[in-house]
Design a binder for this molecule. Structure first.
Ligand SMILES: Cc1ncc(COP(=O)(O)O)c(C=O)c1O
Length: 344
């Protein structure tokens, strides 16, 4: 019985996004925050979740959460769209802007999900390789490709997963100013870098910023991300959202965490401090070439490996334990497989 005949051919051809659960002492393969929330804040969140009616749908527009995120990010609430993790909002934005056959520009290496979603939508992917010496943006090449290819949308990740480096505001502005299409900047790791692209929003109506509560804000389990853009663009993109895209518990929990800006700041400071320490220590390891990071992980290359290879190392832990990182040697198509490294 061939049931695949019911599935679109382009989906049949896809590998899909894949993650395997790893058992280890220190889990570094998903760039999560190593700190959990204090018990008292967890208790307060649980108490609030208990007081609402679980049989009713959550607030359709996540109004309170949207207001709080807008204040946190320094924008108006009409400029914010929240969703079930920033992952889902990548798809939401693509659904709103990209039709089958449209050209979408991606950089390589970058977050593999961009490719997956574009394949689902039958978009034509145009990939520009980051400069090999430092993973910086080949701006001239990007602009040339835009001019000759008729690109509909571009997705940039800054700081970039998996290379860890951020692109400068000036480079990003050059692209925003020169191109016609939407430029989605995935800032999942922005808090570890602090460069703020929000100041570019009044000038560039084609800028869409994507952020998440999953990394610096330590709330990956609740699945909340948000888009920030021109209010009319947000109103249009909102049309492609699945209704009730942020559940009741997530709305409450993430609203609550925003009541503790000092805690958020303290955790980010600690991780950035650890990143600097780890960077110094990694310089002492022979056979390992480590690249500077603006995020909470490093890209490194093992000297014994001939092809470009990258393995994540999240800051926060560097211990004599089993450590799961990610192996990018198989990443010719930007997919990756987790690999267990045991340092004893
Ligand atoms: C660049 C980038 N964007 C988005 C995500 C997904 O974040 P979320 O948990 O908000 O879906 C990740 C997670 O690893 C990421 O690295």
């Amino acid at each position: 019985m061939d049931v695949t005949k019911y599935i679109r051919p382009n989906v049949q051809q896809m590998k899909g996004y894949h993650l395997e659960k790893q058992f280890c002492d220190v889990k570094l393969d998903q760039n999560e925050n190593p700190f959990d929330l204090p018990e008292a804040i967890k208790d307060s969140i649980l108490q609030k979740i208990k007081t609402v009616k679980w049989g009713q749908y959550p607030d359709y527009s996540s109004a309170e959460l949207t207001q709080k995120i807008a204040a946190f990010a320094g924008v108006r609430h009409e400029q914010v769209l929240v969703g079930h993790g920033s992952n889902s909002l990548i798809l939401t934005a693509l659904l709103a802007a990209v039709s089958a056959g449209d050209k979408v520009m991606l950089t390589a290496p970058s977050f593999s999900l961009y490719q997956v979603f574009n394949q689902v939508l039958s978009a034509e992917i145009k990939t520009v390789t980051l400069n090999t010496d430092d993973f910086s943006l080949p701006v001239a090449e990007i602009l040339a490709a835009y001019a000759s290819e008729g690109i509909k949308m571009m997705i940039l990740c800054s700081p970039n997963n998996p290379t860890g480096n951020a692109f400068s505001c000036a480079e990003i502005e050059k692209i925003l100013a020169a191109v016609n299409g939407l430029v989605l900047i995935d800032e999942a790791y922005q808090e570890f870098h602090q460069d703020n692209l929000i100041s570019l929003l009044p000038k560039y109506e084609n800028l869409v910023i994507l952020r998440t509560f999953s990394k610096a804000l330590s709330m990956a389990g609740f699945r909340v991300g948000y888009l920030i853009a021109h209010k009319t663009l947000i109103a249009e993109i909102r049309k492609t959202c699945v209704p009730y895209n942020v559940n009741m518990a997530a709305q409450i929990a993430v609203s609550e965490i925003l009541n503790y800006p000092e805690l958020i700041e303290e955790q980010i400071k600690a991780i950035v401090g650890e990143r600097e320490l780890l960077w110094q220590e990694l310089q002492n390891l022979t056979r390992l070439k480590v690249y500077p990071s603006n995020a909470n992980f490093f890209w490194y290359e093992l000297q014994t490996v001939t092809k470009p290879s990258g393995i994540f190392l999240m800051t926060g832990y560097w211990c004599v334990m089993s450590v799961v990182t990610r192996d990018w040697r198989t990443a010719c198509d930007l997919m990756s497989a987790p690999r267990l490294i045991t340092k004893k």
